[in-house]
Write a protein that binds this ligand. Structure first.
Ligand code: HEC
Length: 187
């Protein structure tokens, strides 16, 4: 059968370029405009991580273990912040470690935490140097400097084994699960 709707549509299309009907009509492009398929979408900031664990709520069997569990958790937040362009969240995250460091210092002072080989001074010096590297990390993130934040993160991570090799008594268990961490995958 003859397609009357088609003819109507074709007539409308033919009229379309002159639909303006004035002398100052905008120029009509003869090429078929395409919805710019070759252009990638404008970059958008990725959404914040779905669930932020409460690293400050972690505890261990002693002051250092508590500090270490918070530290491990917090540095994971820093990786997330770097990837999600959220460096502003780094300083407050790291600041939760401050109280843990003070608790370690007090425990060393009071003798309630004894470093493995008994060398309190060497342990305290390593801990001090390590926290200085955290300060650099906080400053870089505070300045929203991605390159400096990543470099500072490398320095921070480079300090772990220097202390563990001498002062960590046992192989740690699998990572502790922070309270608000998302549920693990079922396999
Ligand atoms: C100044 C010394 C020192 C530095 C620096 C240090 N650690 Fe530790 N860490 C320790 C000691 C000591 C222990 C063992 C504590 C215990 O079990 O009593 C430990 C234990 C750990 C544990 C095991 C905690 C558990 O659940 O038993 C983890 C994880 C850990 N550290 C992560 C890190 C990471 C990550 C870094 C670097 C970013 C780091 N540590 C830097 C001294 C240090």
């Amino acid at each position: 059968m003859t397609s009357r709707p088609f003819l109507v549509a074709a007539a409308l299309l033919a009229l379309a370029p002159t639909a303006c009907g004035r002398s100052d009509c905008p120029p009509v492009s003869t090429s078929t405009p395409s919805p710019t398929p070759s252009q990638p979408p404008a970059p958008t900031a990725p959404p914040a991580a779905a669930v932020k664990p409460d690293c400050g709520a972690l505890t261990g069997a002693n002051a250092v273990q508590t500090e270490m569990r918070m530290l491990e958790c917090t540095l994971q937040l820093v990786v997330t912040a770097i990837g999600r362009n959220d460096l502003a969240s780094v300083p407050p995250a790291i600041s939760t470690l401050h109280a843990a460091k003070e608790a370690t210092e007090q425990a060393l002072h009071a003798g309630t935490y004894k470093p493995m080989n008994g060398d309190v001074a060497a342990f305290a010096a390593l801990d001090e140097a390590f926290h200085a590297s955290l300060v650099t990390l906080v400053q870089a993130a505070g300045a929203n400097d991605h390159a400096a934040t990543a470099a500072a993160m490398g320095t921070v991570l480079g300090g772990c084994q220097g202390c563990h090799a001498t002062f960590r008594p046992t192989m740690p268990p699998a990572p502790s699960t922070p309270p608000a961490a998302p549920a693990g995958h079922a396999h």
